[in-house]
Design a binder for this molecule. Structure first.
Ligand SMILES: C[S@@+](CC[C@H](N)C(=O)[O-])C[C@H]1O[C@@H](n2cnc3c(N)ncnc32)[C@H](O)[C@@H]1O
Length: 309
């Protein structure tokens, strides 16, 4: 891969270069991460795409295959990366991630501690939130997972903002070098209550902690431990409902030709002899309806603020 200045690599207001990571977008549920390499091609059901034709184009470009098919080349933002990364563990998704960043008050310049790293889904968003002057130190006791996460952060251009270390945070706690320095701590561990006393030592006065747990029994145990050093303890479950937006045919009950009278209520309908109303025609309309396979429960997010002395 070409060496690119990390600050430049984080900006997507530039043209695609050889060695860049791009998200090849077919549709919202069909994307993949590809590293641009000038002698390579991408082959999919739309034909063959030459990477050499991508170089020099802005992120967001529509590019064509030998058969006239097309895909979009999007920038590898944390939002898209979360959708394409390889799952080595359970991961946090966009709804939980956005809530975490907001409630932990993570802003540019913050120092954030995280454990475990897992697949680095949350880490990527934490890094973008603290950039360009902050830092995320993330810890996982699984050496191989930590190594793969490090490789991913290199690919996404975030390695200068994220440090990955192998450490048993439940057993050893966070390293003492961070005592009193962290703005925020995030825990996604099976027994978070074991790491909470150490997290408290790491936080600055007024620092914030969040612990993600799939089961409410874990939440209760964590909350008991949090009460020793934390205040403002609150647990949330973020439930997301996704709507599918698509064009479809609808009966026009309005008596007009464009199917719209400026209100959602039909008017001027033609009545049949049996008293029912006849549709005048069908019209094309954009409809939004709840997706069948919406993701429900992911986990509970418990937030707390370090008690001031
Ligand atoms: C569910 S994953 C974290 C996923 C991550 N939040 C993400 O969004 O990709 C939990 C991680 O915690 C790590 N882990 C479990 N126990 C640990 C411990 N005692 N110390 C450090 N890491 C631990 C596991 O190896 C695993 O990678």
């Amino acid at each position: 891969m070409l060496a690119i200045d990390p600050a430049k690599k984080l900006s997507f207001n530039r043209l695609i270069s050889n060695g860049d990571l791009v998200i090849v977008y077919e549709r919202h549920d069909n994307m993949k991460a590809v590293t641009v390499s000038e002698n390579s091609v991408l082959q999919n059901r739309f034909g063959v795409f030459k990477h050499s034709e991508w170089i020099g184009k802005p992120f967001g470009s529509k590019v064509f295959s030998n058969k006239g098919g097309f895909v979009y080349l999007l920038a590898p933002t944390p939002e898209l990366w979360t959708l394409v990364l390889s799952h080595r563990t359970q991961i946090l998704y966009i709804a939980d991630i956005s809530f975490v960043i907001m409630y932990l008050e993570v802003v540019p310049g913050c120092l954030v501690l995280e454990s475990g790293t897992g697949s680095g889904s949350l880490t990527t968003s934490l890094a973008r939130a603290v950039a360009p002057t902050g830092h995320v130190h993330t810890f996982d006791f699984h050496e191989q997972r930590a190594g793969s996460a490090r490789d991913d952060f290199e690919r996404t251009g975030l390695s200068s903002i994220i440090s990955v270390r192998v450490r048993d945070i439940q057993g050893e706690g966070f390293p003492n070098e961070f005592a009193g320095l962290a703005d925020a701590v995030f825990l996604d561990l099976p027994q978070p209550w074991l790491a909470i006393p150490s997290a408290a030592k790491m936080l600055k006065q007024d620092g914030t902690l969040c612990s993600f747990s799939p089961c409410v029994e874990q939440v209760q145990r964590s909350c008991e431990t949090l009460q020793n050093c934390f205040t403002d303890i609150r647990t949330f479950e973020v439930l997301l409902r996704t709507y599918e937006v698509r064009e479809g045919k609808m009966e026009n009950l309005n008596g007009d030709n464009n199917g719209s009278n400026g209100s959602s209520l039909p008017c001027k309908r033609r009545q049949r002899s049996d008293g029912s109303y006849a549709p005048d025609s069908t019209v094309s309309s954009v409809m939004a309806r709840p997706c069948g396979e919406a993701r429900g429960h992911t986990g509970f997010l418990t937030f707390a603020r370090l008690k001031c002395l």
